[in-house]
Design a binder for this molecule. Structure first.
Ligand code: FES
Length: 105
């Protein structure tokens, strides 16, 4: 699936991510800056925070309870904030757009 990551300064990275990986892993494997993922995807660090484009909120689904409590540690959380390690890439997410917070720059 094609995923576009937009850095806080507007730089766009459109990359192909295999279904089954997380949105976080897609960024790491393609050297997209702005996602630190200190915990390696265990939903325990909140440094993989992204803002999901409003058009994609339905398709990316709901935050889990664990994700919700981890997001308390992220900066500048908005309604469309997610932890990208908790979004599983599927063919349905082809075209997904996420924005990266300035704090992870
Ligand atoms: Fe640590 Fe997502 S990589 S919470």
């Amino acid at each position: 699936a094609k995923i576009t990551y937009i850095e806080h300064d507007g730089r766009e990275h459109a990359v192909e991510v295999k279904p089954g990986l997380s949105v976080m892993e897609g960024a790491i494997r393609n050297n997209v800056p702005g996602i630190d993922a200190d915990c390696g995807g265990a939903c325990a660090c909140a440094t993989c925070h992204v803002y999901v484009d409003p058009d994609w909120l339905d398709k990316t689904g709901e935050r889990s309870v664990m994700e919700e409590s981890m997001l308390d540690f992220a900066e500048a959380v908005q309604d469309n904030s997610r932890l990208s390690c908790q979004i599983r890439v599927t063919d349905q997410l082809d075209g997904l757009v996420v924005r990266l917070p300035e704090s992870q720059h």
